[in-house]
Design a protein around this ligand. Structure first.
Ligand code: AMP
Length: 210
């Protein structure tokens, strides 16, 4: 099954994806993660990408698509995958159609106030990528022992730009996938486990062809 996961920055896509991965036995492909690896490479190209990401803007579609195509060549994607962070524009969605038949678009619907509150306290493990929030976690290291840090794009100035970018470029994808008849809207719940269960219900309807 090939799934596009759609939602505002901080809506909990990564958390939901990690639960779906275990259940569906397919990998998550996060273009943000792929880009962060390149950004950390220290090359000139990596530094260019890093600057764009830190600003909260979008990296060029050409660059992201190339990375995605390479990732999709790996054998673990043969039974499907969950795309987290791609497509982010209508243009990217159209280009995706040339390389994949998407079965479902899962839209994670979370109120903006909840998201802003969440993002402003978000800390991420430098080693395993696990996300915590300073409001609910008092530790200074991850459970894996890794250092916790505030991602540059989780700083207030960048959060505002990411939202604007989302509203302008990515939100139109909701109607795009609705028109294609494959949109499944899951309301983000306080407990991530509830969100996950609702998402699974919606996806099994999809598998049965409902
Ligand atoms: P994410 O981890 O999905 O929040 O992505 C972090 C950052 O990576 C975004 O703010 C963008 O700068 C960049 N990025 C991720 N996916 C894409 C994409 N599909 N197109 C353009 N830029 C992207």
């Amino acid at each position: 099954m090939k799934i596009v996961l759609l939602g505002a920055p901080g809506s909990g896509k990564g958390t939901l994806a990690s639960k779906l991965v275990n259940k569906l036995n397919i990998p998550t492909i996060s273009t943000g993660d792929l880009l962060r690896k390149t950004a950390a490479s220290g090359t000139e190209f990596g530094n260019e990408i890093k600057a764009i990401m830190e600003s909260g803007g979008l990296v060029s579609t050409e660059t992201v698509l190339e990375m995605l195509k390479n990732r999709l060549k790996e054998s673990d994607t043969k039974n499907g995958y969950i795309l987290d962070g791609f497509p982010r524009t209508i243009e990217q969605a159209q280009l995706l159609e040339n390389i994949a038949d998407i079965d479902a678009c899962l839209f994670l619907d979370v109120d903006k106030e909840v998201i802003v509150d969440r993002l402003s306290g978000r800390i991420t493990c430098r080693d395993c990528g696990k996300i915590y929030n300073t409001k609910t976690y008092e530790g200074t290291t991850c459970e894996c022992g890794g250092e916790l840090y505030v991602r540059d794009d989780d700083k207030p100035e960048a959060i505002a730009v990411r939202f604007e970018t989302y509203e302008k470029n990515t939100k139109p994808l909701i109607n795009y996938y609705k028109d294609k008849g494959i949109l499944k809207t899951v309301k983000g719940m306080d407990d991530p486990m509830d969100t996950f269960k609702n998402a699974m219900d919606l996806l099994s309807c999809e598998q049965k062809g409902n």
